[in-house]
Design a binder for this molecule. Structure first.
Ligand SMILES: *[C@@H]1O[C@H](CO)[C@@H](O)[C@H](O)[C@H]1NC(C)=O
Ligand SMILES: *[C@@H]1O[C@H](CO)[C@@H](O)[C@H](O)[C@H]1NC(C)=O
Ligand SMILES: *[C@@H]1O[C@H](CO)[C@@H](O)[C@H](O)[C@H]1NC(C)=O
Ligand SMILES: *[C@@H]1O[C@H](CO)[C@@H](O)[C@H](O)[C@H]1NC(C)=O
Ligand SMILES: *[C@@H]1O[C@H](CO)[C@@H](O)[C@H](O)[C@H]1NC(C)=O
Length: 746
């Protein structure tokens, strides 16, 4: 009985996660008034370039409507914007826009978290490689912008941790029994409506992401006894600061996200981790892109989730080139179960709930959608009433707007004994370990078809479910998961996105309530929300090992050393079990130990983005919002997107030859010779000049040129894009610095 109580609590949580992710494009609105929070950008006079906070605040206030009371101001920003968030009526906003100094004023939006399915692979080992050279991320501060945190969790214990570095200026809003410590060094709630409360987790997302980035070693972590082992984040010795910007009432507000980034920069964080987003937006309208630009201007690395809107193309969030955009892939651990049919066939899948007492006896098997009603096939509440499922194993299709836990409850309420969940075509072979309320297994789309055709083929179909527990060693891992958002980028098609993939499927980490009535609590969940903090943690390790590297150099190190093959040595696959394309994987799967020694980096300084932004066609006024000073594109030599010194190429190919340069910085041994190695994309010609480069000093920079030459269109066949790579291989030891190339045929 105890168990089912906790399971129901989890079902309730799953409902919340679903609710929030459907609020993606809604606008925040105060009920009972026509006041809305607006984000206002102001032209900062050149004379006020270095302005004191107090004075800035007064100046911002001078723009507020005369009659309004002081409480209308929500936040005044210092680092991420020349501007503020304010409650206005539409009429007041219109009046404000007529003032010369106002660049823009628009209602704030609500962003969504990137978790879909609730649910030592990376080679990090104590005393070896990157964990050794970074001392597990010692001295680095990771700011997590999320739903708050459960500070009591053992993943945030600070045994043996030194105090934060002197540059830390943040503070902690927790008081009393458990306040912050040397692990969790800061905690703020930026949601004004709930400003009185400390940033406790009430959404069960921030605790998990923070622990993935920098959780401490905790022995014997598991959920229902599965995935048992020592839990740890990527950077166990890094400090954490939580900035709460989402709750279950208002979602994640734009004004709070900007405020969090503004404050985190002043506080002195080194890495910012954001597992949320709003879909593709022009950079000047995207709060995360705006805040991240200020972050990189201050040397802060920003890692963001790519979003969970895959597997279709151009489904990304967080596309700005100054952000690391992280897709999600599987790990080699499955919480395995299989559907066993009366004809002896067995189909492998997953389930987190693994009852030990479920009898292997074959039971009658029924497809809930056999009546031809779509909602019945999805086991939608109320739609199994006329289906005879009593005492049977019931096949339900995934989809229809209800989580698999809810479907399980529907089957259970209708008298069903067990459930086989059949994936949709778009989910393909991606399965998720979910805490079901009855014996259940999720199987692939192909397996679902086979099970349904078996049901058709016989008058008395039977089945049972066999539970296999935690199985490690899936040679097909990492594989890109169905939900991971794909490129090409819409906001900037000349920059390849996502940048990288990392673990985001069935990830065990800290949770704010116990799922199985065991303290300490853990849960297994999936999403690009989970892969993003893995990369934030890796960035923290690299920052600790190489304090002088810029955010762009860290990104380059991560991308040029990524894996392109799975554990079985074959190309990384996607949810169809076909080779994943470049718009799913970006540079590939993160390899932290290799990223520690990239040899060469493609570096970018924050001002290098100005010619790029001019080339993208933004107006001077808009670029001013991002870089926070007056920019005149007429006085800047604008560059095409693909000319940015990015560690990848995304070429939109018409009929003309295109010519670009890239600049390498030597961060490896002083003396080294590299030769180029090309995998030329289909129906293209390429040349690289020079094709051999010799370095004689550390930090020496060398520029090379790349030509992309179109060939006759017939050679393209039916392909709309092609992919390849450009690698520099060190002659002495075959060390490889690889960047991916994508070509979109116009
Ligand atoms: C660990 O790091 C130290 C200091 O950077 C280095 O001297 C040592 O060789 C490293 N050990 C291993 C096993 O990598
Ligand atoms: C972990 O579990 C093992 C086996 O159940 C037990 O012997 C050990 O004491 C536990 N360790 C901790 C720290 O709880
Ligand atoms: C299917 O179920 C949903 C959710 O209950 C409901 O809104 C919808 O109207 C149903 N569709 C049909 C065709 O009955
Ligand atoms: C099973 O039979 C039904 C009804 O004849 C048909 O609509 C359906 O396509 C069949 N399914 C499979 C997987 O063969
Ligand atoms: C290209 O598409 C056409 C029309 O869909 C098809 O007939 C043809 O077989 C395709 N060619 C190749 C090489 O796939």
């Amino acid at each position: 009985m105890e168990k089912s109580k906790y399971v129901l609590e989890l079902a309730f949580l799953l409902g919340l996660v679903f609710m929030l992710s459907t609020m993606a494009t809604s606008f925040a609105k105060d009920h009972g008034s026509n006041l809305q929070t607006y984000i206002v950008h102001v032209k900062r006079p050149e004379s006020r370039a270095t302005i004191e906070s107090e004075e800035l605040h007064k100046w911002y206030h001078s723009f507020l409507p005369q009659a309004s009371n002081k409480d209308r101001m929500v936040f005044s920003y210092r680092n991420v914007a020349s501007g503020f968030a304010v409650k206005l009526t539409p009429e007041e906003a219109k009046a404000l826009l007529e003032k010369d100094e106002i660049v823009s004023a628009r209602p704030e939006r609500i962003l969504s978290l990137h978790t879909t399915h609730t649910p030592s692979f990376l080679g990090l080992r104590q005393g070896l490689g990157l964990w050794n050279s970074s001392n597990l991320g010692q001295g680095v501060i990771i700011g997590v912008i999320d739903t708050g945190i459960y500070p009591f969790h053992p993943s945030f214990n600070d045994e043996g941790m030194p105090p934060p570095p002197p540059k830390w200026k943040g503070h902690c809003e927790f008081t009393g029994q458990r306040t912050c410590n040397n692990k969790l060094i800061g905690a703020r709630n930026l949601l004004k409506s709930a400003n009185e409360e400390p940033p406790f987790e009430n959404f069960f997302h921030g605790t998990h992401t923070a622990a993935e980035a920098a959780g401490r070693f905790v022995e014997n972590a598991s959920v229902f006894g599965n995935a048992q082992g020592t839990a740890a984040g990527m950077a166990p010795n890094a400090h954490l600061a939580m900035y709460k910007v989402c709750n279950d009432k208002v979602g994640c507000t734009e004004s709070a996200i900007l405020a969090a980034m503004d404050i985190a920069i002043d506080d002195g964080v080194d890495v910012l981790s954001l597992s949320l987003g709003l879909g593709s937006l022009p950079f000047v309208e995207d709060p995360i892109a705006i805040g991240a630009f200020a972050a990189i201007q201050n040397g802060v690395f920003v890692s963001c989730s790519a979003a969970n809107s895959g597997p279709g193309y151009s489904t990304l969030s967080n596309e700005a080139p100054w952000i690391l955009t992280v897709g999600a892939s599987t790990i080699d651990r499955k919480i395995a179960a299989s559907a066993v049919l009366g004809n002896g066939a067995e189909y492998e899948g997953e389930s987190l709930f693994q009852p030990e007492d479920f009898s292997p006896t074959l039971l009658p098997l029924v497809y809930a959608g056999a009546n031809g009603i779509l909602n019945s096939s999805f086991c939608v509440p109320g739609f199994l009433n006329n289906v005879d499922v009593k005492g049977k194993v019931v096949v339900c299709d995934i989809g229809g707007g209800f989580s698999s836990v809810v479907k399980g409850q529907v089957v259970l309420d209708a008298g069903g004994v067990a459930m086989i969940l059949a994936n949709s075509q778009s989910l393909g072979f991606s399965t998720f370990a979910v805490a079901h309320v009855l014996p259940a297994v999720e199987v692939s789309y192909v397996a679902g078809l086979a099970i349904k055709s078996y049901i058709n083929s016989t008058t008395s179909p039977t089945a049972t479910i066999s539970f296999k527990g935690t199985v490690i060693g899936d040679a097909l891992a990492p594989a890109v998961v169905s939900f991971s958002s794909r490129g090409p980028s819409q906001a900037s098609p000349g920059i390849l996105k996502p940048d990288i993939i990392g673990p985001g499927v069935n990830i065990l980490a800290a949770w704010a309530v116990s799922v199985d009535n065991k303290i300490p609590p853990y849960n297994i969940v999936s999403g690009t929300s989970m892969s993003c903090p893995h990369l934030s943690g890796v960035a923290a390790l690299l920052k600790s090992a190489h304090p002088d590297w810029s955010p762009a150099a860290i990104k380059s190190a991560i991308m040029t050393t990524a894996n392109t093959v799975n554990l079985g040595g074959q190309p990384i696959l996607d949810q169809r079990l076909l080779p994943a394309d470049i718009f799913a994987t970006g540079a590939g799967h993160v390899n932290p130990n290799k990223a520690n020694d990239p040899g060469l980096v493609y570096d970018i300084q924050s001002d290098d983005y100005i010619p790029y932004l001019c080339g993208l066609g933004y107006e001077d006024r808009e670029i001013g919002i991002l870089v926070q000073r007056r920019v005149r594109c007429s006085g800047v030599k604008a560059i095409p997107e693909a000319q940015l010194n990015y560690p990848s190429f995304s070429i939109v190919m018409g009929s003309d030859t295109q010519y670009y340069t890239r600049t390498l910085t030597n961060v490896g041994p002083a003396e080294a010779t590299y030769i180029v190695d090309l995998v030329v994309p289909l129906a293209m010609g390429m040349s690289v000049n020079p094709s051999q480069i010799t370095f004689t000093e550390v930090n020496q920079k060398v520029t090379f040129s790349v030509e992309f030459i179109p060939q006759i269109k017939e050679n393209r066949g039916n392909h709309t894009f092609a992919q390849g790579s450009l690698s520099w291989i060190r002659v002495s030891d075959k060390h490889t610095v690889r960047i991916p190339l994508s070509v979109i045929f116009k």
